[in-house]
Design a protein around this ligand. Structure first.
Ligand code: GLN
Length: 253
């Protein structure tokens, strides 16, 4: 009797183990769920990611799709606050984050970064009639930023937390600028150009604040995925796809 119970228990454990094994499929040596590559992003960051109807499109979305295609995986994009992306990658809610995300030493403590695929520049947006002419004039002014972005981190360091207003979306910071709630917004250059084009009476200062590298962030444990993504990115760079995608969204001045 005891033996029979034991073997039933054993079968149950085996069945459970097999079920788990089905969920996690090893595609090309990577630990990925059911052949779906899940990308975390914040889809209010044109031209890198933004909504076109129901779809999330943009440079990051297209690059991620090209990477997924190379790896034989289906791409799924999860939209969330920028501030949640690293946690989503750390907890396995997403396989990778692509969000015009800057490589930084602090973030490297939480996630791995792929090879860089684009360059970003932190710029300053001000009203056209502003007395702020360069980054040197920002001291003592109210600066709007997107929460937890490098713009937030640098501005808080350089000008003090008290002078920095943090918004969940870059567009919200720009809205606050048009309403006179802040004197300037520090944000990445390409979204800045989009926001200035979409709003009357704003301009971007000529003086650039900080230049940085964009890359995909990936869970520290999943080094197989990191290698696979880097391999795919290298091929996409080599065959010109990467540049083609960027050129499609950014017109050279
Ligand atoms: N490049 C900036 C950063 O990584 C902003 C990215 C974003 O707002 N999506 O912090």
């Amino acid at each position: 009797m005891k033996k029979k119970l034991l073997s039933i228990a054993l079968i149950a454990v085996m069945a459970a183990t097999m079920l788990c094994a089905c969920g996690k499929k090893e595609s090309a040596g990577m630990t990925i769920n059911d052949g779906v590559l899940t990308m975390a992003t914040n889809a209010y960051f044109p031209p890198y990611e933004y909504y076109q109807g129901e779809d999330i499109v943009g440079i990051d979305a297209d690059i991620a799709k090209a990477v997924a295609d190379k790896l034989g995986l289906e791409l799924k994009i999860e939209d969330m606050e920028f501030d949640s992306i690293i946690t989503a990658v750390q907890t396995g809610k997403a396989d990778m984050g692509l969000a015009g995300m800057t490589v930084s030493d602090e973030r490297k403590e939480s996630v791995n970064f792929s090879d860089t695929y684009a360059t970003g520049v932190q710029v300053v947006i001000v009203p056209e009639d502003s007395d702020i002419a360069s980054v040197d004039d920002l001291a003592g002014k109210k600066i709007g930023v997107q929460l937890s972005t490098t713009g937030d981190i640098y501005a808080s360091d350089d000008y003090g937390e008290d002078n920095v207003e943090k918004y969940n979306k870059g567009a919200d910071a720009v809205m606050a600028l048009t309403q006179g709630k802040v004197d300037a917004v520090i944000i990445d250059n390409e979204p800045a150009k989009n926001f200035v084009a979409a709003n009357e009476g704003l301009k971007i200062l000529d003086t650039e604040y900080v230049t940085e590298d964009y890359a995909a962030c990936i869970n520290k444990e999943n080094t197989e995925l990191l290698d696979a993504v880097n391999g795919a990115l290298a091929e996409l760079k080599e065959d010109g796809t990467l540049q083609k995608i960027i050129d499609q969204y950014i017109t050279a001045e």
